[in-house]
Write a protein that binds this ligand. Structure first.
Ligand SMILES: [Zn+2]
Length: 377
């Protein structure tokens, strides 16, 4: 389907074999979020690639997650651009051996689409600009984090710091499965509610007991009822824990709530509703914690203007469009700080699934596109 004969795309298409080899190597470094050794191995590989390209590399050691890696080109030069990537995947170690295959122009492997293909695209974006002597005279910050799939708790401050002062933040997450950029992200909230009652014997002490499960049953229904598809609000009571023995009235019940919202206003509203929950049974009490860890990234006028400019820049390579993503990403952290666009990575499908794969022809195409963006923005 490629009709473009742009020199970057021609050059990169000749490198597709090499790009595929690098992607093959990276997916075999399995980097499940909870496996620090695996993510650290990715961090070393990524740092090596950045150094080979001439970046000043800083490794940010972590104790609970893998280390983060920042590469900077042209430090101090004006109109900086930040590229944000993550190294961790949702796939436990041992899954690559059985799932890796290359078939019909697609590479199947855990983490191939989300987002090691983006790593390859990023390295070849930078390499192509260097090969053509067109690396822009601007600071380019390339950040690889280790904990995106588990909420970016250790990387958020670094992500925000990397975005600060940037003229554009390129979040290199995979594109939508048809190649569209991701112009909005749903916000993701995590809440924890504990109901407390009074333990008593289920027979002899029934009238003295306050059943925390009964109390929580009221709250579960109230929380689920906050769901409103027309507004893009979804609440899910996803885990529940209570009870010590068959004949004891439970004095504690705990739930986890996953909350989603499309707009900052709805995220705020939902948070207020959850914190406004009141106990129903006399003598029961509630403890409520949590909030929106990743706020929504809205497709507002600013985002549409950024998209339109990117569309024009990318036009010599491909015909760009954009759409919403139902999941969260680190774009939510950078969007309030600097002009942000998400989904600049590869085209593929099977995100987080057993058939996760990337369309190999999208690697040169997206790298050529990103090279144009870096030099033209
Ligand atoms: Zn991702």
């Amino acid at each position: 389907m490629q009709t473009s004969t742009h020199p970057y795309l021609q050059h990169l298409t000749e490198q597709l074999g090499e790009m595929t080899e690098l992607l093959t190597r990276l997916v075999h470094i399995e980097s499940f979020s909870a496996d620090k050794a695996g993510v650290d191995a990715m961090a070393r590989a990524v740092a090596d690639e950045l150094r080979a390209l001439g970046a000043a590399v800083t490794v940010y050691p972590q104790t609970t997650t893998g280390d983060h890696v920042l590469g900077v080109f042209n430090p101090g030069a004006g109109s900086p651009i930040a590229m944000i990537l993550h190294m961790d995947t949702v796939h436990p170690p041992g899954t690559c051996a059985t799932r890796f295959k290359i078939e019909d122009g697609k590479l199947y492997a855990p983490g191939a689409f989300d987002m090691k293909a983006s790593h390859v695209i990023t390295f070849y974006t930078l390499r192509t600009l260097q090969a053509f002597g067109r690396f822009p005279n601007r600071e380019v910050r390339v950040l690889f984090t280790s904990d995106e799939e588990i909420g970016s708790y250790t990387s958020r401050a670094l992500i925000e710091q990397t975005a600060r002062g940037a003229s554009l933040v390129m979040v290199m997450e995979p594109a939508l499965s048809d190649g569209r950029l991701k112009s909005s992200r749903r916000g993701v909230g995590n809440f924890n509610v504990v109901a407390r009652g009074r333990a008593a014997h289920a027979g002899g002490g029934h009238e003295r007991g306050i059943n925390a499960i009964q109390e929580m049953a009221h709250q579960v229904l109230a929380i689920q009822a906050l769901t409103d598809y027309t507004r893009g609000i979804a609440t899910t009571v996803s885990e529940i824990r209570a009870g010590v023995a068959r004949n004891v009235i439970p004095d504690r019940c705990e739930i986890f709530v996953d909350a989603r919202a499309n707009t900052l206003a709805d995220a705020q509203w939902l948070t207020e509703q959850i914190y406004a929950l009141k106990p129903v049974l006399p003598g029961a009490s509630l403890e409520i914690r949590g909030g929106f860890d990743r706020p929504p990234m809205e497709c507002n006028a600013e985002r549409l203007a950024i998209f339109e400019r990117l569309r024009q820049i990318a036009a010599p390579i491909l015909d760009l469009s954009h759409g919403p993503s139902g999941a969260g990403s680190d774009a939510a952290f950078t969007a309030p700080i600097a002009p942000t666009m998400d989904g600049l990575g590869a085209v593929g499908d099977g995100l987080h699934a057993v058939d996760e794969h990337v369309l190999l022809s999208s690697l040169p195409e997206r790298a050529a596109m990103n090279a144009l963006i870096l030099e033209s923005w």
